[in-house]
Ligand binder design. Sequence first.
Ligand code: ADP
Length: 192
Amino acid sequence: MLNIILFGPPGSGKGTQAENLVEKYNLKHISTGDLLREEKAKETPLGLEAKKFMDQGLLVPDEVVIGMISSKLDEQADKVKGFIFDGFPRTVDQAEALDKLLDFKEITIAQVLALNVSEEELVKRILNRGKTSGRADDMDEATIRQRVTEYENKTAPVADYYGKQNKLIRIPGEGSIELTFNLLVDKISTIK
Ligand code: ADP
């Protein structure tokens, strides 16, 4: 299996690149943001709980997200060539939980590809996306900055977690979509 984590701050292009990579490599895209928005739209108990945090630009509690991922992996692991995780893990506790879930299934993460984008570029991109995404959390600058702060405090340490496993690769993410895609493919092509 080819299992990859796309890592980076909100607005760094993980979702866009994940969609292109899925097409090229025939992988299953697992985006916790998309899954949480589906639950929110269906007004499930999980979705209603998640909404309280998402609308404020805060991370949803680990136990909610980990439970959701665990059931997705159970449904899919036998059927796909690999996974692209997008927006997960977002805390060190989530990373540890993922390692345990994967160990149990005898699956490993090959690479963690981290997109580097400056805060000002992130805010600009997300406000722009907010014009069409319909996402309340994309329309308000204070909420966007809160998401970046959450990223710096809680998510950035996840990079070190994978750095220690020699799986972390940093990639500049401010170029065009094509340029960034090519950089990602170059790295993925080194996986044996
Ligand atoms: P972005 O990367 O642009 O912030 P996402 O769709 O990945 O967009 O996430 C939107 C929101 O969903 C986050 O601000 C957070 O509230 C919640 N969320 C998504 N993934 C996670 C996760 N792994 N852990 C906790 N909260 C999450």
